[in-house]
Design a protein. Structure first.
Ligand code: ADP
Ligand code: MG
Length: 253
């Protein structure tokens, strides 16, 4: 038996991942170790190719590590589990399903009856600001709205851990800021633990309790920066600027 209260929510312990391809061997991750407490918001930034997506796939149990172990609530990850929500840059919505059908997909698979499902879907659509769009199809939605649907779908089965891989990378700047504010509201309302990959340093400083800065070749942690600032955070604060410059410097060094 593991005592949940003493365990970090996520422990990434000595993770390495090598890919052997006909072109040669790639060390996508090397000796990556960090932990995340329950309810923390952690951002991962780093250049393209520094292993961020690979790390998420390993945490989610979608692929094995070459070395090391990931623990969720003290238990080693051995394959895909139901206990986390995934949101990617590409929305991965089912085009033939309505918004409501997309959000309710996981509940349907769990065998939740249609009345309870509808109730939960309505709550979620309100939470992400999409009430009124239940019967729309993905093709009729903007990028920002599709990403809200993807978030509602990830939240539907009530996971306490969310993994978000560049979720706002494909939306315009103004929509991105709105989505960031909404995500922070949802995070403080629900107490979820969030791991969030971004290549946008400003986004990381705005959102995170901790920013994990990655470097590439091999993919590894360069430094972990704790962001000790009250929320809401303003880009125009000097302190915000200091964190921004420091993290950008780490990425470019
Ligand atoms: P990031 O998300 O930070 O851009 P990735 O995790 O996608 O980085 O990739 C890290 C490294 O691993 C890159 O060099 C990439 O080419 C390589 N890589 C990722 N997936 C595979 C795979 N399935 N086969 C071979 N190489 C891969
Ligand atoms: Mg990636």
């Amino acid at each position: 038996m593991t005592d949940e209260t003493l365990q970090p929510r996520v422990l990434v312990d000595g993770i390495g991942r090598r890919y052997d391809t006909p072109q040669g061997s790639v060390q996508a991750l090397q000796d990556v170790t960090f932990d995340v407490s329950a309810g923390e918001f952690v951002c991962i930034v780093g250049p393209s190719g520094s292993g961020k997506t690979t790390l998420f796939r390993i945490i989610a149990g979608l692929e094995p590590a070459t070395t090391g172990t990931v623990y969720l609530g003290g238990d080693p990850v051995e394959g895909p589990g139901p206990e986390l929500g995934l949101v990617f840059q590409e929305y991965h919505l089912f085009p033939w399903r309505t918004v409501s059908g997309n959000v309710g997909f996981g509940l349907e698979k769990q065998g939740v009856n249609s009345e309870r499902r509808q109730q939960r879907v309505d709550e979620l659509l309100e939470l992400v600001g999409l009430d009124g769009f239940a019967d729309s199809y993905p093709r009729d939605l903007s990028g920002g709205m599709k990403q809200r649907v993807a978030l509602a779908r990830a939240l539907a089965v009530n996971p306490d851990l969310l993994l978000m891989d560049e979720p706002f990378g494909a939306v315009d700047a103004q929509t991105k800021r709105m989505l960031q504010d909404e995500l922070l509201d949802i995070w403080s309302e629900t107490g979820k633990t969030i791991l969030f990959v971004t290549h946008d340093v400003e986004e990381a400083v705005k959102l995170a309790d901790q920013v994990i800065v990655m470097a590439s070749e091999p993919g590894r942690i360069r430094e972990i920066v704790e962001v000790d600032m009250d929320r809401p955070r303003s880009r125009s604060d000097a302190e915000f600027g200091d964190y921004y410059e420091r993290i950008l410097g780490l990425i470019q060094s």
